[in-house]
Design a protein around this ligand. Structure first.
Ligand SMILES: Cc1cc2nc3c(=O)[nH]c(=O)nc-3n(C[C@H](O)[C@H](O)[C@H](O)COP(=O)(O)OP(=O)(O)OC[C@H]3O[C@@H](n4cnc5c(N)ncnc54)[C@H](O)[C@@H]3O)c2cc1C
Ligand SMILES: *[C@@H]1O[C@H](CO)[C@@H](O)[C@H](O)[C@H]1NC(C)=O
Ligand SMILES: *[C@@H]1O[C@H](CO)[C@@H](O)[C@H](O)[C@H]1NC(C)=O
Ligand SMILES: *[C@@H]1O[C@H](CO)[C@@H](O)[C@H](O)[C@H]1NC(C)=O
Ligand SMILES: *[C@@H]1O[C@H](CO)[C@@H](O)[C@H](O)[C@H]1NC(C)=O
Ligand SMILES: *[C@@H]1O[C@H](CO)[C@@H](O)[C@H](O)[C@H]1NC(C)=O
Ligand SMILES: *[C@@H]1O[C@H](CO)[C@@H](O)[C@H](O)[C@H]1NC(C)=O
Length: 585
């Protein structure tokens, strides 16, 4: 590129950065300023001797966007209808999913600083301690440094967050929140080092208190928190909520902390297209496109790919790292034949019938139904007992999970889900005629399905295909004899039949479930940290196999999806990757 043009390009790109100028070379380039990317970039620049560029596709952000920072606004634009989308959403749409009544489902993913945290229910909790045995095994034992046991990762879970206790003076007595006042799960108190505030909603649904009594009657214990190694029983949950302003907190808080540092450049409105390598397969630069131009910036140490579960594998493939047949199909030169890239996709699914409630009994009067919807404040976890499992052959797989790993999560929420098509539409109409709903979602947290992401073209600007290999199925394995189907049936049979007595056979119930089930948006594992011989993509240091200087750090790096909501795990991974980075080079 001619020098003049290059200058012009750099100046143009600079106009969309949050800081001054774009350099031609950085020590680290982070691709994606989402949950993981914003966190790891902010931690790496704590070392003043290094420079970091972050490339982010959009200039939206979790804090300049009221639809992102207002708790509850997450109900807008996350429905399964492809029409239910907004500018800061990527608008991924799956191909028809046979496990979900052939629906082409919108899959919400956020674009901009904070990434998918712009669309978030804010639930913050951690997996069970023993669920990490899956990660230990996946990384081939503890002989490797670093280890991935609960004890190994726990310091990085607690590193990111600072907890505000619940303010019970704002709650009606029925909904008094208890929490773990022995702060082992949340020991950090220095908010200059710990950017991410978490807390409890000031508005606690009284309905959740009623629900809690019902759970207790059914012998579900009350828990003190869901972040100290077990997931059993019921409790009000912690959320990524900032009590100082009432906003959702996100990884943008890490960026805010680091913003004053001149060694961090966030370059927004840029699509990373590919990583370029020298003849030794060492990453040397990244090519990105902005509105009018294509730019290449050099990297001297590492490229950190944090483009999320669908686009991190896409970017590896566009850079020549992936299943060779697929790369060849799009004329991409194969640098490393790595068949696991884009495979192994895991997710949770949920489903719920809603119940009409009498608003006068509960504290709904001064709140709008729409904004409360899915401010999920109350959670429960259950492990199906061995007696029950042994009566159903399709459930025998559940016996292979470690003892603390629950099978079902319950999420209470105000509102109506319907077919999950468009939550705003589903709730606005009844609210206008003063009808209110409440629901208890049942999520499957020990899923068996494995799916995939594949390329649709050789450009990052074309969304990849969310698909299940050749079978073209979103294999929400809700077919007649799967463990998944058996569990929703167990949860919902009587509710569905009570509503409509002609929906009582397994086939009819299956159809109701397939027509309304929805991903919990926990897609992960598409660049799994596993041995290369076992279809893995990353070594236990999160380095891509077969090349030098490329790490993948986000939900795609998980070897397996753990029970519960993944943001805590993504933060942990980013915190850990940031400190193991300088050691491994
Ligand atoms: C509706 C919804 C509700 C959720 N609720 C919860 C919850 O309550 N609790 C919880 O724990 N989890 C929740 N999740 C899941 C959680 O938000 C995600 O697992 C997590 O945010 C994923 O983080 P990530 O870093 O992997 O990716 P992301 O946060 O998606 O970041 C990826 C970033 O990369 C950027 N990018 C992609 N490609 C490129 C490219 N080529 N060039 C430049 N930039 C690029 C994207 O724009 C994005 O900013 C929810 C998800 C959704 C959709
Ligand atoms: C960028 O890398 C190219 C090729 O490796 C090299 O020729 C060029 O001098 C580098 N530019 C800077 C600013 O480091
Ligand atoms: C991990 O491997 C050990 C030893 O092979 C095995 O006993 C254990 O069941 C495995 N755990 C999981 C969760 O796969
Ligand atoms: C590749 O590695 C070899 C051996 O370490 C070294 O001699 C050579 O200079 C390297 N090539 C490049 C392009 O860095
Ligand atoms: C086991 O679970 C089933 C189904 O949930 C329940 O009906 C049964 O009472 C439970 N048995 C024990 C011993 O807890
Ligand atoms: C009840 O279920 C039957 C069979 O699925 C269906 O045809 C009918 O429309 C349902 N009725 C209502 C009121 O939803
Ligand atoms: C796991 O590690 C052992 C010992 O280092 C090695 O022999 C074996 O091949 C590894 N397994 C895989 C699947 O990489």
């Amino acid at each position: 590129m001619a020098l003049g043009l290059r200058f012009f390009v750099i100046a143009l790109a600079a106009s969309s950065t949050l800081t001054a100028a774009v350099l031609q070379s950085y020590d680290y380039i982070v691709i994606g300023a989402g949950t993981a990317g914003a966190t790891i970039a902010a931690r790496i620049v704590e070392d003043p001797s290094v420079t970091v560029a972050v490339l982010e596709a959009s200039d939206s952000s979790a804090e300049n966007n009221p639809l992102a920072f207002i708790p509850g606004a997450d109900t807008i634009s996350i429905g399964s209808s492809p029409l239910d989308t907004v500018s800061y959403d990527w608008n991924f749409v799956t191909i028809p999913q046979t496990g979900a009544a052939n629906r082409k489902m919108h899959y919400a993913r956020g674009k901009g600083i904070g990434g998918t945290l712009q669309h978030n229910f804010m639930i913050y909790q951690r997996p069970t301690s023993d669920s990490f045995s899956y990660w230990i095994n996946a990384t081939n034992g503890t002989d490797f440094l670093p280890g991935w046991s609960w004890n190994d990762v726990y310091p990085y879970f607690i590193k990111s967050i600072i907890l505000s206790p619940p303010d019970n003076s704002l709650h009606r007595a029925a909904a008094t929140l208890k929490y773990n006042s022995i702060p082992a799960a949340y020991p950090e108190t220095d908010n200059t080092k710990v950017p991410l505030p978490i807390g409890f909603a000031n508005f606690a649904f009284e309905y959740s208190a009623t629900l809690q009594s019902a759970f207790n009657e059914l012998q579900y214990p009350n828990a003190l928190d869901f972040s100290s190694s077990t997931l059993n029983g019921v409790q009000y949950d912690t959320s990524t909520l900032d009590h100082s302003n009432g906003h959702c907190s996100s990884s943008q808080y890490f960026i805010n902390n680091a913003q004053k540092l001149s060694n961090l450049h966030i370059i927004t409105n840029t699509m990373a297209q590919k990583i370029n390598f020298d003849s030794n397969k060492t990453a040397i630069s990244v090519t990105y496109t902005s509105l009018l131009s294509t730019v290449m910036i050099n990297v001297t140490r590492e490229v950190i790919v944090s483009a999320g579960v669908f686009q991190s594998p896409q970017l590896l493939m566009l850079s020549g790292i992936g299943p060779s047949a697929q790369l060849q199909k799009f004329n991409i030169p194969v640098l490393v034949d790595l068949p696991g890239v884009g495979q192994n996709l895991q997710d949770h699914v949920f489903f719920s019938p809603g119940y009409e409630i009498n608003p006068s009994i509960y504290q709904f009067g001064h709140e709008t139904q729409i904004l409360n919807l899915l401010v999920a404040d109350f959670l429960g976890w259950q492990k199906l007992n061995e007696t029950f499992i042994s009566t159903k052959p399709e459930l025998s797989v559940l016996s292979t999970y470690p003892p603390l790993w629950p099978h079902i999560e319950y999420i209470s929420a105000g509102g109506l889900i319907g077919k999950f098509t468009d939550l705003l539409v589903a709730n606005a109409a009844p609210a206008l005629i003063n009808k209110f709903y409440y629901l208890l979602l049942g999520a499957l947290v020990a899923p068996q399905s494995r799916r995939s992401v594949t390329l649709a073209s050789n450009s990052a600007s074309t969304l990849p295909v969310i698909d299940l290999q050749q079978t073209k199925q979103f294999q929400l394995r809700c077919s007649g004899r799967s463990a998944e189907f058996s569990i929703p049936l167990h949860l919902c049979r009587s509710e569905i039949t009570a509503r409509n007595s002609s929906q009582s056979t397994d086939a009819q119930l299956l159809s109701v479930i397939q027509n309304s089930l929805q991903s919990v948006w926990h897609a992960s594992c598409t660049c799994a940290m596993q041995p290369r011989s076992n279809n893995g993509v990353l070594d236990p240091y999160l380095r891509a196999y077969g090349v030098n200087g490329v790490h993948v750090v986000d939900a795609s790096s998980f070897p397996s999806l753990l029970p519960g909501h993944p943001q805590s795990v993504v933060y942990m991974l980013a915190e850990r990757a940031a400190v193991m980075r300088p050691l491994t080079g």
